[in-house]
Design a protein around this ligand. Structure first.
Ligand code: MN
Length: 493
């Protein structure tokens, strides 16, 4: 499914008090606003004007329809006039899709000559949106509030970003993850309560035998391998004479894809501790699958795999890139404080600064033949790293702002893809905050989402969200985490 397949419904609040002429004008303007927002190019999904709501039944009906329509990823509400909110209670109480309250108004400026009491009755969003805001607060409904003029590009882009997060919610509810093998022995942070995750996020996380994958790998035909080799050659420089190693990765990719696709899985995990019947740890195979949108987590880390798939879906059509990542090592020299992220093999080439190379090198871990992998440097730019952890009884999503740089060293003997970044607020405070919050070593690194979108997603999913950014201090974060722990325990009672 593509993000473009989702749509959002525009529901405009009013009432019968002002007479039919006003209601006709409101409906015409709502349609005009919808058309112009769709034509702006700033929304990733279609907006559909549904109704100027004047009664409890109209609102309840449109919400019921939204809940059952698989194309509808959420509603956007706005009150052109005053819309008494008791009539919204039944509908909003039953709403199961994302909700954005757009606090805007039709006109940009107050017209000096034209303004009279008729104008005031028609254009009273400042008044109506406050009544609407009250009922959202009173119902404790999770909602996004975006204020500003609807033709302003920044406002439109914020609506677009929220749409991506809301589409990510719908994608999450149907996500299936295929596990090959269990989690790496003794590792804590990659564990998690799959029942809790399915209740909160909707993910279906299940295991398939590695032996079955080995059979599929052996059954791949030479012509299937030839076709995928052509694709590799078109995308990557072949920087090795060991073509057989590349062909084996192609075989692994074809087999993994067949198994995932046959079960409708968009994400997978595997582990170097369970490669029964396989000649190489999948490297290139996994990297190329990541580049085409699949989620992945190494060492059995199905939580990072799911998050990678979701963020890739949310950012469809964007160009910055999203990768499975791992914090590996630091440069602690004063004035040159950087993190170096990499993995043994599996970093997604969507974040590459230049045309990537396929290389074959020895890999000490996993006790298999030398695997082919894609090697490159990550590009510069603002990004985030995201980690989903299981706190026992609840999930916590941690998002840190980072600034990726061109690696300050060529590191010619490092045989894997690498990304170098400056963490915010700075390296050491950033580490202290991340470690305090319990963030994993595995993350999703994305240049295409920001903390606001991840916060929106977490709010809709009803999970805890922690943001580490330029203004974060250890002291304030410690206090937030302490209070948050109490709140989330109460919420789950
Ligand atoms: Mn790892």
């Amino acid at each position: 499914m593509s993000i473009r397949d989702y749509e959002f419904w525009f529901v405009v609040g009013s009432q019968y008090l002002y007479g039919p002429e006003v209601l006709k004008t409101v409906a015409e303007r709502a349609q005009e606003m919808t058309d112009k927002l769709n034509a702006s190019g700033n929304l990733p999904c279609k907006l559909v004007y549904k109704v100027t709501a004047k009664t409890n039944k109209e609102i309840t009906d449109v919400v019921r329809e939204a809940n059952y329509d698989t194309k509808c990823a959420g509603i956007i509400t706005w009150c052109h006039t005053f819309s008494p909110s008791k009539m919204w209670i039944n509908g909003l109480e039953g709403l199961q899709k994302a909700w954005c309250h757009l606090a805007t108004q039709y006109n940009l400026e107050i017209p000096n000559e034209e303004i009279d009491m008729d104008f005031m009755n028609l254009n009273q969003a400042a008044h109506g949106d406050r009544e609407h805001g009250f009922i959202g607060a009173r119902l404790r409904k999770p909602r996004k509030i975006i204020a500003g003029y609807w033709q302003n590009e920044d406002v439109q882009k914020r609506i677009g970003k929220w749409m991506r997060a809301a589409a990510g919610v719908e994608f999450s509810k149907t996500l299936k993850i295929m596990r090959f093998g269990d989690n790496m022995r003794e590792v804590a942070v990659t564990e998690g309560d799959k029942v809790e995750v399915q209740m909160k996020l909707g993910w279906q996380v299940n295991t398939w035998p590695v032996g079955k994958l080995a059979e599929e790998i052996n059954a791949v035909s030479e012509s299937e391998v030839d076709a995928l080799m052509k694709e590799y050659e078109s995308l990557y420089d072949i920087a090795t004479d060991n073509i057989e190693a590349i062909r084996y990765q192609a075989r692994e990719e074809i087999a993994m894809k067949k198994m995932l696709d046959s079960e409708g899985c968009c994400a997978f995990s595997n582990t170097f501790q369970d490669l029964y019947g396989m000649k190489q740890l999948p490297g290139l195979a996994t990297q190329h699958m990541l580049a085409s949108g699949y989620g992945y987590g190494a060492e059995g880390d199905w939580k990072v795999s799911g998050m990678t798939a979701i963020i890739k879906f949310m950012t469809e059509g964007q160009k910055g890139g999203t990768a499975f990542m791992e914090d590996y090592t630091y440069n602690l020299a004063e004035g040159k404080e950087y993190s170096l992220g990499a993995h043994m093999l599996e970093v997604c080439p969507s974040v590459a600064a230049e045309r990537p190379r396929i290389e074959v090198h020895h890999l000490g871990i996993g006790d298999r033949e030398d695997p082919a992998r894609i090697v490159f440097e990550g590009h510069e730019g603002k990004a985030v790293v995201v980690s989903l952890i299981d706190m026992g009884g609840r999930l916590r999503l941690i998002c840190q702002d980072i600034e990726c740089v061109k690696p300050i060293l060529p590191m010619p003997n490092l045989p894997v893809a690498r990304v170098m970044w400056k963490a915010l607020p700075n390296l050491t405070t950033g580490i202290e905050c991340w470690v305090l919050a319990g963030g994993a070593h595995h993350t999703v690194l994305s240049y295409d989402v920001d903390a606001e979108q991840m916060r929106d997603w977490a709010r809709m999913m009803d999970i805890e969200f922690v943001h580490i950014g330029k203004d974060t201090t250890v002291e304030a974060l410690e206090q937030d985490l302490f209070l948050s722990d109490i709140v989330w325990k109460l919420k789950s009672c």
